[in-house]
Design a protein around this ligand. Structure first.
Ligand SMILES: [Zn+2]
Ligand SMILES: [Zn+2]
Length: 193
């Protein structure tokens, strides 16, 4: 990758083995994310771009080296490095795809998607909130639900980091609680690693 990065945070998106309708829903969700996150109360700038075709093989390599929840070596991302930029990948696949099966094996609670270091996988296609939830994990947002009963652990009733986020439970922006806004802001602005 030689093109420069205007912002510090760049998310590549990519799909494997999904039909065109599902693909356009996913791409619509992921490309709306920068417009959402730039608004108050969060106010951060990120970029999203399609994953260059020559890098498709990297995803397989990253995903197969991904052992949730430990994460993966950053070395696998070297091929995707863009000068001046922190790079991430969000990949969409079907629920029964081997990558989705691998993610659930690592974390049985990951019913819709999973994040592993700088790589996120989403397989609840048709739900933009699932895409945004996983992408926000890449930007350091943490889950807002308890491990035992999935109950909320933050005060924002429609927080997207609560369990199984949907249009019904989350609705319109703003939908990220103050502690997570703080984490994401500090990360994207380079204050926190
Ligand atoms: Zn989560
Ligand atoms: Zn929250």
């Amino acid at each position: 990758m030689t093109s420069a990065c205007d912002d510090n945070t760049l998310i590549f998106y990519h799909v494997v083995g999904i039909d065109p309708d599902e693909e356009s829903g996913f791409i619509n969700a992921v490309t709306r994310l920068p417009q959402i996150l730039v608004r108050p109360p969060l106010g951060v700038e990120i970029q999203v771009r399609p994953l260059p075709t020559q890098a498709y093989g990297v995803v397989e390599s990253i995903a197969s080296g991904c052992s949730l929840p430990e994460g993966i070596s950053d070395a696998r991302f070297e091929l995707l490095d863009v000068p001046g930029c922190r790079t991430f990948i969000v990949t969409a696949c079907r629920n029964d795809h081997p990558l989705a099966q691998l993610a659930r094996k690592g974390n049985p609670k990951a019913v819709w998607g999973a994040t592993c270091g700088r790589f996120a996988l989403v397989y609840n296609l048709g739900n933009p909130y699932g895409v945004w939830h996983e992408a926000l994990h890449l930007l350091r947002a943490q889950d807002c639900y308890t491990a035992d009963d999935d109950g909320p652990t933050c005060e924002l009733q429609n927080c997207i980091m609560q369990y199984a986020a949907t249009h019904e439970t989350v609705g319109d922006w703003p939908f990220l609680c103050a502690p997570n806004c703080d984490r994401v802001r500090r990360f994207v602005r380079g204050i926190a690693p």
